[in-house]
Design a protein around this ligand. Structure first.
Ligand code: SF4
Length: 97
């Protein structure tokens, strides 16, 4: 019985250590789960800069971040949480006013 408990306790301690180790990362970045969708970015020719007056912040597909300047998401780029409001891609569609 005692041997059955030890592995679980050991695993719990490992997970706790990993969680504690992540605290500085979360504190520094403020976004522990940020991710990009490299495949979609490449296929849609995503760029971090606008094309003229066309950018993600005035695109129908953009999912804004907490503030207008924060990184957001895109309805066409699943899992990507680092879309710049000043970015642009080939799938840009004007946001109706
Ligand atoms: Fe930006 Fe392209 Fe997504 Fe529009 S479709 S929000 S331009 S990445």
């Amino acid at each position: 019985m005692k041997d059955q408990i030890k592995p679980a306790r050991r695993q719990f301690l490992k997970m706790g250590s990993a969680a504690i180790a992540m605290i500085p990362v979360i504190a520094l970045t403020g976004n522990a789960f940020a991710a990009t969708n490299a495949g979609m970015r490449t296929s849609m020719k995503y760029q971090e800069t606008p094309l003229g007056d066309k950018d993600c912040s005035n695109c129908l597909q953009f999912v804004p971040g907490k503030t207008p300047k924060d990184l957001g998401g895109c309805k066409l780029f699943p899992g990507d949480t680092e879309i710049s409001p000043k970015g642009y891609c080939a799938a840009w569609v004007v946001l109706p006013k």
